[in-house]
Design a protein around this ligand. Structure first.
Ligand code: NCD
Length: 301
């Protein structure tokens, strides 16, 4: 078992439940201490508000020293490879690397490095394990199980690392995953789940998860206007009223209001969007604990 957290695929369902249990303990304010003073570098090659600051909060709560590496002013701009950047920071004494990169599987270049822990904060259209874990945590808090839940993921499935990561792990944990997507953004090959109509999804969902359109990963301009996308694939005020009574709404954010979700639904009673963000800190603390335990050890206090 690797101590890097690159995707959730190598984790057994038992290990996932262990991570969720740890997240719960962190949320209940239980304390944990590593056996060594730790230094972590946050390297973000793509924009981020939630993931970056949430990891930073998780690191600080665990007493870890944080380096926010400014990629724009670092030697990456002089052509330095990711490996050389990471190797340099390792030589300086950094043990953990939280990395977001526009390239799918960027971590292949560095995953052989076994004296450090790498935490994937999102790779291109590939994976987003920390988002998945916080989504799992939020769903589990609500329903206390994954078995038998119907989770709809709606939007730009093909370009979404959130959809890909969540579909894989939710299916493995016993949920039924279904998708809604315009034909152009369907991904039939690399993803677990079936495509359904909006009507089917509205009637059957326990969790309704919306995605942002990943414009930055598209080769061509989309054919929808904001309004036409919202009418066809968004969660409108009318659709929200038809959801099952206990259905919750989720979105990894950033949100484009009135595109994937109606403005007034962002903080409606069913919405768990800000709860997801809150839970992200604890899910990431659990991930950091997992990764560093393998290298330096630590204990609950
Ligand atoms: C997502 C991401 O970066 O993949 N955001 C996030 O981490 N909360 C989703 C997105 O950018 O649309």
């Amino acid at each position: 078992m690797t101590h890097h957290l690159l995707t959730l695929k190598p984790f057994t369902t038992r290990e996932i439940h262990q991570l969720l249990e740890d997240a719960k303990r962190f949320k209940a304010k239980e304390m944990y201490q590593f056996h060594e003073k730790l230094y972590v570098a946050n390297l973000f090659f793509e924009p981020s508000t939630r993931t970056r600051n949430s990891f930073q909060m998780a690191e600080k709560k665990l007493g870890i020293e944080v380096f926010n590496v400014e990629v724009e002013t670092s030697s990456v701009q002089k052509g330095e490879t990711l490996y050389d950047t990471v190797r340099t920071l390792e030589a300086i004494g950094v043990k953990g690397f939280v990395i977001r990169h526009f390239k799918d599987n960027y971590f292949k270049e560095i995953e052989h490095m076994n004296q450090i822990a790498i935490f994937n904060a999102g790779d291109g259209c590939g994976h987003h394990p920390s988002q998945s874990l916080l989504d799992l945590f939020t769903i589990y808090e609500e329903f206390h199980t994954f078995e038998g839940l119907t989770v709809t993921i709606a939007g730009d499935i093909r370009h979404s690392r959130v959809a890909r990561s969540n579909a894989e792990i939710l299916t493995r944990l016993g949920a039924k995953v279904q998708f809604i997507s315009p034909d152009a953004w369907k991904d039939e090959m690399n993803i677990y789940g079936t495509y359904v109509t909006m009507d089917e999804a509205i009637q059957t969902s326990d969790v309704f998860m919306l995605l942002r359109i990943q414009h930055e990963r598209h080769d061509t301009k989309m054919s929808f206007t904001k309004e036409s996308y919202h009418r066809a694939f968004g969660l409108t005020v009318e659709r929200e009223k038809q959801l099952k009574p206990n259905c919750i709404i989720m979105h990894p954010a950033p949100i484009n209001r009135d595109v994937e979700i109606a403005d007034c639904l962002v903080e409606c009673e069913r919405s768990r969007i800000f709860k997801q963000i809150e839970n992200g800190v604890y899910a990431r603390m659990a991930m950091l604990k997992w990764g560093f335990e393998a290298i330096v050890g630590g204990e609950w206090k």
